[in-house]
Structure formats: structure tokens, C-alpha cells
Design a protein around this ligand. Structure first.
Ligand code: SF4
Ligand code: SF4
Length: 290
């Protein structure tokens, strides 16, 4: 690792309180990301992506009721905010240009239109050696910390990349044993809605399915949206035109619509039952560094 890479990682770890930092090359990311969703589509001339992993939900959050986790479990705000700070640091100290990665689906759609996220921060993390996709709907697992949230910053600086990991994190050895006996792993068994399924072959993920439409977080959004529409129709049928319009053009409906269409605002997170059951996550929660 070169001097600049070491300084950047040191700054990020000491100044932001995140758990881990990795560097990916844009060239590696672009081998997988389609045109329009690449780091150099967001920042022309981009050469590297610095990925921040952390923090965990607090130890207390993991033990709380699932509905509490839905509300306070997500911790992505931290690394996303720190990635913005890191962008200023890079420009001030090393020159070049840097931007924080657009982390969420955009209300205006990406450059390509639609509601696909501009970048896959999961892909950034994989190419920076911060973790690998898992059977939990592609959640990134880190070998030391288990689950953590991610943020990243795209820069024109040409940095030495860490590159993807070689060791396999998911499936864990105990999951392989369970799969051989039952055809399911811990995360699959824990899901109350059977959203997760897959196949393991020779100790590796062969196939993975995540039924996003069934996942509790999405269902909750759908339900709320439907309830508001039914209420508005009822008001219309009662001839209460003003009340119906208040409902359809009001703040509550706009908020429910955004959640449904873009996965933003509250209930962006999941019920976390699969994540809590994962042996890699459990080990990470116990990690002294977490
Ligand atoms: S978050 Fe909950 S509903 Fe969604 S896949 Fe995991 S266990 Fe299933
Ligand atoms: S429980 Fe964790 S390690 Fe096991 S298969 Fe699911 S995601 Fe992978």
C-alpha cells in the first residue's frame, strides 16, 4: 500500500469512526457495472472509489423487537455522510476531483432514467475487498464485522486498489451443513415470508433468489399506499370531494408514494430476521472492534 492510500485510510478510520475502508479501481468496477451506472458516469475521469464500511446498529438494537430494528437499524447515513466529508478532504489535500457516490435511488431517476440506483455501492465494496454478496438478497458480508452499512466516494485520483476478496464468506461452514440436511441455510429458515432461497454447490453459492416484493419492508410500504387509496376512494364515493383531494395531494400520500416507488424515507430497511440469524453477522456483532 502506498503512502497516499495509507494516509487516506488512516484519515477515514480515525476521523469518521467507521469500521473499515477499502479502495476499488474504476476499471474493476466497470467490468461488471453497465454503461450509465459506472463511477465515471457520475464523475468523468474517475479512476478510484474509496469505500467506507460501518457502523453496526448498536448491540442494544440487535436485541430489540423487529419493529424497533425497522426504525433504527439502518446505519447507512453515517458512511454516506462521511463519504461526503472524505471527498472534500481528498480535493483539499491531493487535488483532483472527488464526489460522494449517489447512494440511493433518485427521485428524478438516474442519468439513464427510471428508478435504478446510480451506482451499486455493493459492487464498489466487493471490488474494494470490503466483503462479498451473500444469500441474504445480496447483502454484503464482511469477514470480520459481518453486516455493515456502506458509503463510497468517487475520485479522479489513481490509487492502488485493494481488489476483491478471494476467500469465501458466504455460505458459512455451519450453513453448508444445515443446507445439506434441510435444503435451507440459517437466513432462509429465519425469514418469516420465505423470501430467500438458493442453491449451494461445492461450498459456494450456485444460485440465489430474493423475492423482494415479499420482503416485509416492501409489503409495509405497499399496504400503507393501498390503505390511503382506499380511504380516498371512500371519500370520493361519499361525495366528499375536498377530503378526497386533501388525501391524494397531501403530505402523507406523497410520502407513501415515494416509499413505494423509490424505497426512500422510512421503511427503507427490512425486518432484519435473516440478518440476525446469520452466523457471520453474529460473529461480527461480538467482534471487539465493532
Ligand atoms: S428482511 Fe425479513 S422479510 Fe426480508 S428477506 Fe430478510 S427475513 Fe425475509
Ligand atoms: S446465514 Fe449468512 S452465511 Fe449462511 S447462507 Fe445465509 S447469508 Fe450466507
Amino acid at each position: 500500500m502506498g503512502r497516499i492510500e495509507e494516509e487516506i485510510k488512516d484519515y477515514a478510520l480515525k476521523r469518521t469512526g467507521i469500521l473499515a475502508v477499502g479502495i476499488a479501481s474504476v476499471e474493476d468496477i466497470n467490468r461488471y457495472a453497465p454503461v450509465g451506472y459506472r463511477p465515471d458516469d457520475q464523475l468523468p475521469g474517475a479512476k478510484s472509489v474509496i469505500v467506507l464500511g460501518g457502523q453496526h446498529p448498536t448491540k442494544g438494537s440487535w436485541k430489540a423487537h423487529p419493529k424497533v430494528m425497522v426504525e433504527i437499524g439502518p446505519t447507512a447515513d453515517g458512511p454516506v455522510r462521511h463519504a461526503a466529508g472524505l471527498s472534500y478532504f481528498l480535493e483539499a489535500k491531493y487535488g483532483g476531483e472527488s464526489v460522494p457516490t449517489i447512494a440511493n435511488t433518485s427521485l428524478g431517476g438516474s442519468l439513464q432514467g427510471g428508478t435504478m440506483p446510480w451506482q451499486s455501492i455493493k459492487l464498489h465494496a466487493e471490488m474494494a475487498g470490503l466483503g462479498q454478496r451473500s444469500l441474504m438478497g445480496g447483502v454484503i458480508l464482511n469477514q470480520t464485522y459481518g453486516f455493515f452499512s456502506l458509503g463510497s466516494c468517487i475520485t479522479t485520483l489513481e490509487l492502488e486498489p485493494d481488489g476483491p476478496l478471494e476467500a469465501t464468506i458466504c455460505p458459512h461452514s455451519t450453513c453448508i451443513k444445515l443446507y445439506e440436511k434441510t435444503g435451507q441455510t440459517f437466513c432462509m429458515q429465519a425469514c418469516p415470508l420465505q423470501c430467500l432461497s438458493g442453491e449451494i454447490e461445492n461450498g459456494r453459492i450456485k444460485k440465489m433468489t430474493y423475492l423482494r416484493y415479499r420482503c416485509a419492508s416492501i409489503c409495509q410500504r405497499d399496504k400503507e399506499h393501498g390503505i390511503l387509496i382506499r380511504r380516498a376512494i371512500k371519500k370520493a364515493l361519499e361525495g366528499k370531494d375536498f377530503d378526497m383531494k386533501q388525501m391524494l395531494y397531501g403530505e402523507e400520500f406523497a410520502s407513501a408514494e415515494n416509499r413505494l416507488a423509490y424505497g426512500t424515507l422510512r421503511y427503507f430497511a427490512n425486518c432484519w430476521e435473516c440478518i440476525k440469524a446469520c452466523p457471520v453477522v453474529k460473529r461480527g456483532i461480538k467482534s471487539e472492534k465493532a
